[in-house]
Design a protein around this ligand. Sequence first.
Ligand code: ATP
Length: 407
Amino acid sequence: MLIGIDDTDSPQGMCTTYLGAVLARRLIWEHMQVREARLVRLNPNVTFKTRGNAAVMLDVKGDPETAFWIACDLVEELADQSCENTNPGLVVTECKPNVAFYQNAVTDFCTLEDAVALLEATGARYRGWKNRRGLIGATAAVASELPDRTSEILVYRQEERFGTPRFVDRQSLFAAEAATFPHTWDTVDTVNDVVVCVPHTPDPVLFGIRGESPQWVRAARQVVRSEPPALEQIWVTNQGTDAHLLDADITDFQEGLSYRVRGTVEDSPKTGTGGHVSFTMGDEGHRVRCMAYEPTKNFRQVIRELRPGDEILACGSFKKGSINLEKINVIGLETGTSVRPPLCTACSKRMTSDGRGKGWKCKKCGARADEPEVQQVPRTLKTGWYEVPPTARRHLARPLCRPEPEA
Ligand code: ATP
């Protein structure tokens, strides 16, 4: 059977992955076999998410009726239902719903009605609490198929420590990254000297390490020193796979969806208030603003080096008329030229314009020239991919250290 759960946490605590990890252990105590624990991230632009729009799925061998009641009891015990925005959903199904629902949930917006209709058609056991919105994520989780997948080991805190400051040795996190990068990523941000994998919210997660396989995340985890954890779970995930990106033209954009779009830089990037950098990208007469926000730190420096005429592939979400950049591929660089008055060959002085279309004249000796001086401006920017730093990376965004999936 497949068990899907979503929307059990609140900003004050809990985490659906923790509930999933505890459920896996309770099912094992009941002599069931947990074949896979899966963590899927869904559309990152869904507004009612608590943090990272995660949902979980357990692939379990055992009695579905027993599993359903154990899971219901656990949701009642652990979900933070005091929060208005916590609306848990639970699905137990022996038949996997069509993957199209998951694909829609990761790239677009779904309705509760569609989720319930699919669950009915699938013959699933399901239960929703309060407004039942969590059924959307729970259904997407059991419908998911992950042709490209990564791993994350999540290490959870002892209950009595929830809400207290975490102790995870900083140095050991940098050592874990040094020992296993690029097979693991986003444990720390070495350029900005920031720890990335330890949350600051009062949830049960102590830290999480992301990587290409269970072996690599386990290897990195062994290096980390911390307060004693309560439990650890390796999840199969769609994180770091770009599953949220749709290939599109500028004309196709819809609010809250994420795209991979090609175009030409139309104006010089500008830094606005708050340090956000923006420029316009165009294609066949259509235009869109691209934004590199302040939290993307050094990535903005790359964006500032773009010039009109550069050809790029931009990746990011379309929100309020802008593409919020996650990464770009600089495909072609405009060979920059600068035009200025010519030098007088006799006096080596710079000439002055003699009026529009009338050429240039030397003030000293009166010599004339018809052509300006055209100089090649060297470009420091190189073609290729550039990405936001780990501190600003979205869960679903594929880090450049991961090899491109085969076409
Ligand atoms: P949690 O740890 O509880 O999963 P979260 O940050 O992942 O926290 P949720 O609290 O689950 O976010 O809130 C997201 C809500 O949005 C859930 O109810 C989920 O069912 C719903 N949801 C997820 N993806 C979509 C989508 N594509 N369209 C509509 N609703 C969605």
